[in-house]
Design a protein around this ligand. Structure first.
Ligand code: HEM
Length: 155
């Protein structure tokens, strides 16, 4: 595989993974959340646990692909030679990963334990914490895409 093919493959994997992660958060926050508010808490919280059980592994896979493809491209170009926009993208991408890790080890653990135990107040508090962090990551994801694509003349 030559350099240009590797570049294209890395960009493809990068954008595919970004689409799954950011698109999944947009769907969850903007479509599923308002629709699920009509359900009674036990049903709603059970639904969210089942949704996250499927979505979060996809986020881990996306993170793996984003980091791999992003850093391959960065080092292929040369860390010092890369445009400022790429460095900014790396910084905001790393923050997004940290926020997701904080969800995984924090409120997601609490929620996964609280729902089968029928502890609805604890599950609701955990879901609220997840919601806030997903909103943050969704906004930062949109900003990161803007940095990656709008930076004038390779900022
Ligand atoms: C965390 C580490 C990340 C690194 C090291 C990184 C690095 C890179 C690099 C080097 C490119 C240029 C690829 C090329 O032109 O061949 C790129 C493109 C891109 N990245 Fe990232 N990225 C990261 C995270 C993210 C995240 C979290 C998002 C979005 C939420 C994102 C969105 C994009 C987009 C939309 C492009 C395409 C830009 C274009 O071709 O105009 N990146 N990234």
């Amino acid at each position: 595989m030559n350099d240009a093919m590797l570049q294209n493959l890395m960009l493809f994997l990068h954008i595919l993974a970004v689409a799954v992660w950011v698109g999944g958060m947009a769907f969850a926050y903007l479509c599923l959340r308002p629709a699920a508010l009509a359900l009674e808490p036990p049903l709603r919280l059970t639904l969210w646990v089942e949704v996250f059980k499927r979505f979060f592994p996809l986020v881990w896979a996306s993170i793996g692909l984003i980091l791999l493809s992003g850093f391959v491209r960065l080092f292929q170009t040369g860390f010092g030679l890369a445009p400022l926009a790429w460095h900014l993208m790396m910084a905001s991408g790393v923050i997004m990963v940290c926020v997701f890790v904080s969800i995984w080890f924090g409120p997601w653990r609490a929620m996964r334990a609280a729902v089968p135990a029928g502890d609805w107040p604890r599950a609701a508090a955990a879901l609220n914490a997840i919601r806030q962090r997903v909103a943050f990551n969704l906004a930062l994801g949109a900003i990161t895409i803007a940095i990656a694509t709008l930076a004038p003349g390779g900022l």
